[in-house]
Ligand binder design. Structure first.
Ligand SMILES: [Zn+2]
Ligand SMILES: [Zn+2]
Length: 261
């Protein structure tokens, strides 16, 4: 049975474990090593179960704990070529770095991981589609300003998808952020709004996805209820969460939440 554990998910830290207590992979390491280990243990996953770390991009909310984690648990770190070069140059990897060309496929602990490009204001940002040892598929797709045909193709058909639902457009507009930051977030290489995310979720459900996890919610410009309401409005009663698919909101910090798919 495949499981995804959203350990951290917000603008202040992101990390997801996919696997079991005997082995799996970590996507991003955006919290301190101490907090990552404690979040894993809270889910009964020993840190030694992490057999590889895959990094989506170079922003600190995705890599903050990488150096110390790979010093204490020296597992390979995978990233796109330009991201890997930046991580190695900056001393963010204390173990071995391995590059995956965009669109490439790598295997770690029996999980097959394919990367795809995401439109985001980072060096070379990617999302990941993962096939588990029992042939289930899950996609992690956060930090993108819009859904490209490539990202859509990689998410479509997955059993479970963790998709960004970063901000409510009205809350961002009237919120406290400076104008330039608001523009950056809402730009086509910023983040996905609730309504953009909801439109994509509708397509995913039509394509057979049964587990939807909304993630990377902004703590200033969104709330779980607002994100959920936006999605329900978009679905318009045609598909209902709990009946046609299971809907989860990734917590800012794990409370022992695992999604089985
Ligand atoms: Zn982020
Ligand atoms: Zn980012």
């Amino acid at each position: 049975m495949a499981r995804i554990y959203p350990l951290f998910s917000s603008s202040s830290g992101n990390s997801y474990f996919i696997g079991t207590a005997s082995g799996g992979i970590l996507i991003d390491a955006g919290a301190s090593c101490r907090r990552l280990v404690s979040a894993l243990r809270q889910n009964d996953i020993p840190p030694e179960a992490v057999k590889a770390v895959f990094i989506t991009h170079d922003h600190s909310d995705h890599i903050a704990g990488l150096r110390v984690f790979t010093k204490n648990y020296p597992v390979p770190v995978y990233a796109s070529p330009a991201t890997l070069e930046w991580l190695e140059r900056g001393g963010h990897i204390a173990s071995i770095g391995k590059s995956i060309p965009i669109g490439g496929r790598e295997e770690a602990a029996g999980y097959f991981v394919t990367s795809f490009k995401t439109p985001h204001d980072a060096i070379e940002s990617v999302g990941y589609r993962i096939s588990t040892p029992d042939n289930k598929t899950v996609c992690i797709c956060t930090d993108l300003g819009h859904v490209t045909p490539e990202a859509d193709a990689c998410m479509c058909g997955c059993d479970a998808v963790l998709i960004e639902s970063n901000y409510d457009e009205g809350m961002l507009r009237s919120g406290p952020y400076p104008y330039c930051l608001k523009r950056r977030i809402a730009s086509s290489d910023g983040h996905l709004s609730n309504s953009m995310s909801a439109r994509e979720v509708r397509r995913l459900i039509d394509a057979g996805t049964t587990r939807v996890i909304l993630g990377h919610l902004s703590r200033e410009n969104n709330t779980p209820i607002v994100a959920r309401n936006t999605l329900e409005r978009e679905l318009g009663g045609e598909c209902v969460a709990g009946r046609d698919f299971l809907l989860y909101i990734a917590p800012v910090e794990t409370g022992g939440m695992a999604v089985v798919f």
